[in-house]
Every structure is written in C-alpha cells, then in structure tokens.
Design a protein around this ligand. Structure first.
Ligand SMILES: Cc1cc2nc3c(=O)[nH]c(=O)nc-3n(C[C@H](O)[C@H](O)[C@H](O)COP(=O)(O)O)c2cc1C
Length: 241
C-alpha cells in the first residue's frame, strides 16, 4: 500500500461520530508475500477442483467434532446486516434418518415418476441419472439440514427482519461444503423438493425454511460420479480493465 493511500479517502470509516456510538476494532490482516499468495491460490484451486458430490456413502462414523467445526466455519460467512440467518441441524439418530429418507423418497417419487419435474428439467438431470431412491440418507453417518431463518424471533417473542436471507444462507452453504472437503469429508448438495417435510420431521419453528439437505461422510469406496466438464475460466470470467 502506498503511504498516501489513506489520503484518497475524504470520508473515513468509521467516522468519529460512528465510532463514538458503536464499537470498532482494528482489522487483523496479514499481507502475504506474492509467491506465498500464488502458491496458496494454486494449491487451494487444485484442492477444490477435486471436490465432487457422491451419491453413495460409506457408513463409517465421523466424529461430531468435525461436523461442529464445519458448521463453525460456515458460520464465518458474511451475511446481510450480519444477521447470520441460518440454522444447521445435524442428525445422527438412525430413526430420524430413516424418517427423512422415507419422506424424501415420497417427494422424489412424485418428482421423478409422476412428472412433477417438467421435461426440460428431466433432460438436464439425465446425465446424472438421479432417481427417487435415496438410500444414502440412511447410510451416511450424518445428515445436516441447513435452514434459512426467514425472520428472527427474539427471546421475548418479538419478530425482526432478516436481510438477503437466501444470498447469505447460500454463501454459508458454500463455506460449509468447502470446509467439509478441506477436512477430507464428502457431501452431496441435496434438495428433495418440496422440503417442508424436514421442518416437520425435525420439529423446527415456523420462521425456518429448509434450504439444503447434506448427507455427510466418506464416499463408498469405488463409487462412481458422472464425468462432468466444468466451464473454462473464459466461460465464467469477464474482466473489465
Ligand atoms: C442447489 C443445488 C441443489 C442440488 N440438488 C441435488 C439433488 O437434489 N440431488 C442430487 O443428486 N444432486 C443435487 N445437486 C448436486 C448437483 O447435481 C452437482 O453439484 C452437480 O451435478 C455438479 O457435480 P459435482 O458437485 O460433483 O461437481 C444439487 C446441487 C445444488 C448446487
């Protein structure tokens, strides 16, 4: 940073008036050497490029601590007005997993066998070959259901608005998936829609809406995944210089 960069700011943040009313602290930020940045960027890309969504999991147990750390990491995500409008429900109980599987299969049977999904959608899914069988929901050691908190209910019962709920919860979901992959676990982003059954089975309050159901564990050894091509950088990046 050039020493004079601060002079480019006519309006400082926080203003003295703001800081007099709300607490602020100095950002902890370490600038890295360019070579270190480049190496970390390449390494992280290589790691994330190996992430895939398996649809058959091993039943091997996974310590609760790892799930807790993944949720804690996800909860570092930015959120509209710092409302953190998400709730993760981690399920290990075999009876609850069985209920979730049965309800998910009921919904997916209508989607796949009774044409609730239109033709275009079915065509898009054809290469994945997904269907209404969801055994993995019972086999995977953990199911984590991510709920978006549509509005906040304070302890005294007062309701407060949350902002950018879907964007915020989506970002938290991305961080969660990344954290799991980084610790050597696998997950499938699963949306057996409509997902209202998850609110009921898990006894969640009215202000929470299911966002994604994540089976988590190790992939079944030898499991196959569809051969997919990811878009090239040119297809996803437009640079304006
Ligand atoms: C919002 C969202 C919903 C998804 N829902 C399902 C689902 O219900 N069932 C499923 O098998 N895969 C589902 N997927 C997984 C995608 O099919 C998968 O991410 C995609 O094919 C790319 O494969 P990869 O994750 O292995 O890179 C979903 C993914 C996202 C992001």
């Amino acid at each position: 940073m050039a020493a004079s960069d601060a002079e480019l700011y006519e309006h400082t943040y926080p203003s003295p008036e703001l800081e007099a009313r709300h607490p602020f602290e100095e950002l902890r930020f370490e600038r890295l050497e360019p070579e270190v940045m480049s190496r970390r960027a390449h390494d992280f890309y290589a790691l994330m490029d190996k992430r895939r969504s398996p649809r058959m999991f091993a039943s091997d147990p996974v310590p609760a601590e790892l799930i807790e750390l993944a949720v804690a990491t996800a909860s570092t995500a930015p959120s509209g007005a710092h409302k953190q409008p998400w709730r993760f429900v981690a399920v290990q109980d075999p009876d609850v997993k069985a209920k979730i599987r049965a309800a998910a299969e009921d919904e997916e049977r209508v989607n796949y066998l009774e044409n609730r999904m239109n033709e275009e959608w079915q065509e898009a899914l054809a290469p994945l070959g997904t269907d209404h069988h969801k055994e993995f929901l019972e086999v995977a050691p953990w199911l984590v259901v991510l709920f978006e908190e549509r509005y906040e209910v304070r302890p005294d019962g007062e309701r407060r608005k949350n902002y950018y709920v879907k964007e915020s919860t989506g970002i938290a979901a991305g961080v969660f998936i990344t954290a799991l992959h980084n610790m050597g676990l696998a997950t499938l982003t699963h949306t057996p829609s409509p997902m209202a059954f998850l609110t009921k089975v898990l006894g969640r309050p009215e202000n929470e809406r299911p966002f994604v159901l994540f089976p988590i564990g190790y992939p079944l050894p030898g499991v196959k995944v569809p051969t997919l091509r990811r878009k090239s950088l040119e297809e996803v990046l437009v640079t304006v210089s």
